[in-house]
Design a protein around this ligand. Sequence first.
Ligand SMILES: [Zn+2]
Length: 207
Amino acid sequence: MGFEEKIVKNMPNSIFKLFRKILLIFSGSSYINKLVNTIAKKIKKIMCRGSGCICLICGVELSNFYKLPFNEDDPRFGELECPYCGTSSRIATLYSYLKHLDIFNNENFSKENNFKVLHFAPEKHFYDEFKMNPQIEYYGVDLCPEQYKINGMDVKKVDITNIPYDNDTFDFILANHVLEHVPDDKKAMSELYRVLKLGGGEFCKFL
Ligand SMILES: [Zn+2]
């Protein structure tokens, strides 16, 4: 282990809390934001440099994943993150489940099947995988679609409690970490049930 690596690996997580505070102070300055993010990312990479773990999403080899510095009362406490692609452990877990379902495999679908996917609050990596499959009719949706423009994603505005599609439209619906943010989650569930095709449809949700 090199000197630089030794120093950074022993660096307490409080340094990232400090970065976050700096970010808040200079939140109006995109230059400072970018600079702080770049430095934080570089440090995270050094902290995780090595071998023994492989990121399921980007395939990079690491000694460990970066542990997110949240307090115990934060719902993300204990989560891990890939310092290269930014994938969190909950996304990686979902990814391995979707791979297990073989949902991204081109050979499972055909134009005739007309397989339709509705994806709420679309995660970039899943969005890209679905979009790459020309056999899937994919709908990435969110109540606030503007936030996805920065990543070049085409996301439509849809309220999960009032879904503007016909009954029995979708073969697969993905709504990951969505329902806990919806005040009327019962209405949302009934809407998801309504637009999901009967028989063979799959609904996936994680908290
Ligand atoms: Zn990664």
